[in-house]
Ligand binder design. Structure first.
Ligand code: ASP
Ligand code: MG
Length: 461
């Protein structure tokens, strides 16, 4: 594994912070990580708001801006009661935490009165409001851990250490500058002493100190930015799913988490709808070659999935199956005899109109596969001909597809679902275009093959 000496960064997000039991689960996980010696070079814990809280804050701010001050006030009180209830249920009501929660909620109420008074909600003000979910949840986690851990636990306001640009609502962290602030504010020093620092995901501040957010769902992105700024040894994202699976477990309950995946493979899966982590969110860590591990709070004894910058010695094997339903395929017959030279242009234009999944050239024509057609394409390109039905486009992700494509084809030999197969389009995926009517059984066959011939073999290693 990694020989880095840096701290570990763990991120716990909204869906894993639903109630008091969930907070206890997080605390147990952190405790056992600490006991195992994993925090030798310190641990930064990035916490996001409790489940649903950011949405509620947004609704409160919007109500205030729409002049519904009373409604906003009531909902704020409910939010305060929810957090105070958590504090009590967790047995943390005898210290200063209650007072701190009340103070944060009073600040929030003040902000909302300002919004109601002005009758408008700018992106800048919205960012200031939305960040309170993270401030509340992280204060509770920090206090809980203070009771549990044998090492000092510090609560650090991310708005003091995560510097961003001025793009309110969707800010980008400034890694180098944040690294400097982490030093200056003593975070780096505490981590070097093997201590624990709790901070917030999703929020930061501009160089002049104005609060920003990194966009909805941005706490993975924060965690990756922190990991990069601190030159972390590893980034661990705790979710309510076991990792990246061989297929979507909602469709194939027997799917298994894969032990390792490369960033390019993850990007490919995300393009086909996998939502476990957004590749862009972890890009700061990945580009710094910091391994990113996705783990489940419900199965902390399992290693989850490790995302690598590259999988240098990865076996040439299929790893996971994803697919897009209701695809349209169309053939384009370019004029002249140099279709490949003209291709980028049409591809670019099509991309502007529809989401394009595969482009492949063969025998004087180009086949493009997109999501459900809107008809716009036909208006744009009279000379394209749509294939007559809808398709399912399967994407088999794995290293060196050219070495196992034959195996996949052999498997589907007797299936009449296959309309087209592409290799060489992506270095980490094989695409198979399936006719909708027979697609489901073909997908099941492909997943069974990935799971039993390849994934289980790897799991046994
Ligand atoms: N709490 C924020 C949101 O719901 C950030 C996150 O959950 O990642 O968008
Ligand atoms: Mg959230």
């Amino acid at each position: 594994m990694s020989s880095r000496q840096g701290p570990v960064v763990h991120k716990f997000g909204g869906s894993v912070l639903a109630d008091a039991a969930a907070f206890r689960r997080v605390s147990t996980i952190v405790h056992s990580e600490q006991q195992s010696g994993a925090f030798q070079h310190g641990a930064l814990l990035v916490i996001s708001a409790c489940a649903g809280v950011t949405d509620r804050l947004l609704a409160i701010a919007q109500a205030a801006a729409a002049g519904k001050a009373e409604q906003a006030e009531q909902e704020l009180q409910a939010l305060e009661q929810q957090h105070l209830g958590l504090v009590t249920e967790l047995g943390l009501d005898r210290g200063e935490l209650q007072e701190y929660v009340r103070r944060l909620c009073a600040e929030l109420a003040e902000l909302c009165r300002g919004i109601a008074y002005l009758g408008e909600l700018t992106l800048r003000t919205r960012d200031a409001v939305l960040g309170y979910g993270e401030l509340l949840a992280s204060a509770i986690v920090a206090e809980l851990l203070r009771r549990e851990l044998p090492v000092p636990v510090h609560l650090v306001d991310a708005r003091r250490v995560l510097l961003t640009d001025y793009h309110f609502g969707n800010a980008t962290p400034m890694i180098g500058e944040s690294g400097y602030l982490l030093q200056k504010e003593g975070v780096t020093g505490a981590l070097q002493r093997g201590e624990v620092v709790v901070t917030q995901g999703f929020i930061g501040a501009t160089p002049s100190g104005i609060p920003t957010t990194l966009g909805r769902g941005g706490s993975d992105y924060s965690a990756a930015a922190f990991a990069r700024a601190l030159e972390a040894r590893e980034l661990q994202l705790w979710k309510d799913v076991p990792g990246i699976c061989t297929a979507d477990p909602r469709r194939f309950p027997e799917a298994q988490p894969v032990a390792e995946i490369s960033y390019a493979e993850l990007q490919e899966l995300a393009r086909f709808g996998s939502k476990v982590v957004h590749p862009h969110a972890i890009s700061p860590a990945v580009s710094g070659e910091i391994p990113v591990r996705i783990r489940s709070v419900f199965a902390p004894q399992q290693p989850g999935t490790l995302v690598w910058h590259r999988r240098y010695d990865a076996p040439a094997q299929p790893l996971a199956l994803a697919w897009r339903e209701r695809c349209m395929a169309f053939r384009w017959y370019p004029k002249g005899n140099s279709p490949l030279a003209e291709m980028p242009e049409i591809v670019d234009t099509v991309r502007k109109v529809l989401e394009l999944y595969v482009v492949a050239a063969s025998q004087g024509s180009v086949l493009l596969v997109t999501g459900p057609s809107t008809g716009t394409l036909e208006e744009l390109y009279g000379k394209v001909s749509f294939l007559p039905h809808q398709f399912v486009l399967a994407c088999i992700v794995g290293n060196e597809p050219s070495r196992w494509t034959w195996e996949a084809l052999e498997l589907l030999r007797n299936s009449d679902a296959v309309s087209a197969v592409w290799t060489g389009v992506s270095p980490v995926a094989l695409y198979v275009l399936l006719e909708e009517s027979a697609a489901q059984s073909a997908l099941a066959e492909l997943h069974g093959w990935i799971l039993h011939t390849h994934a289980l073999q790897r799991l046994r290693l």
